[in-house]
Design a protein around this ligand. Sequence first.
Ligand SMILES: [Fe+2]
Ligand SMILES: [Fe+2]
Length: 289
Amino acid sequence: MNGLYLDERRLTEAAKVTNAWESYVHEKYATPVEFRDYNKALSIQPEVARFYKANHENQTLEHVLAMKKRYGQLDKAWMGVWETLEILNGLVDDSDPDMGDVTQITHALQAAEAARREGLPRWFILTALIHDMGKLLYFFGEQQWTVVGDTFPVGCRFADNIVHREYFANNPDFYDKIYSTEYGIYSPQCGIDNVHLSYGHDEYMYQVCQKYLPPEALFIIRYHSFFACHCDGEYDWIMTDSDREKLEWLKVFMRYDVCSKATPEPDVQELKPFYQALIAEFFPPKIRW
Ligand SMILES: [Fe+2]
Ligand SMILES: [Fe+2]
C-alpha cells in the first residue's frame, strides 16, 4: 500500500526499541532523581544502550542532509491523517509484557485528551495527537537509530550532557575540523530552524505538516526530542528570542507527552469523531507523506 514496507517482524523489533527508549525517557524525565545514573538505567535496558550506540555513530551531517532530501520531497504516500494514525497502530509489541507499553494510537490520544481536559487550544490538542506520526518512517524501512531517540545538532560540537556521549567516538563528524568546534557551521543566535538536528520522526513530521500548522505547533513537532535543549538548557547559543518564546510552548507540551501515559486507556471509537473533525480543521482529507 502506497509503497509502505510492511514486514511485521521488523515492525515488532522497531516497536520494541521504540518502547524501550520511550520508557527510558519517561523514567529519566518524569522521575529524574532515581534515574540520574544513566549507566545504571542503561544496564537495566541494554537495548537502549545498543540503540544509542547506533544512533551516535551514524547521525552525521551528511546523513541528515541526505534524509532531509529523501523525505522532504513527500513522494512516499498520499494518505489522510487519521488513516495514517491507524496504520501506525501496527507498531505495537504485545509479545513483551515487561515493556509496559502502549500502542501509538493510545499514546496519541492520551496526550491529546490530557491537553483537551486542561483547556489547551485546539491546535495544541491536534499537535499532541499527531506529534509522533513521523514514526511512519519505520514503514518505509528506516532503522530505529534514525527514527526515534533524543535529537541533537550535527555540524557543530556534540554537547557534554548528551547521554552516552562516548559513542560519538565512532562518528566521523567528531573528528572534523569544523564540525567539532563549538559553533561548527553555524553562528550564535542563528535560529534553531537554521540548525540541522539528527534525523528522526520529529523532522519528518515537521516536513509533512509544514504547510498546515501554526509556527508554535511546528516548533513542538520538530523539536520535541531535543531534550538537551528543552530539558537540560543546552544549546541556548542557537536560539533567537522568537525561538525562546516557542520553547515555552514546547515545555508545556512535554508534560503531556511524557506524563500522560498513566492516564486511563482512551476509547478510540468514541473519540474518533471529535479527532476527525479536529484534523479536518487544519488538514485536507489526504496529505503527502
Ligand atoms: Fe516523539
Ligand atoms: Fe510522544
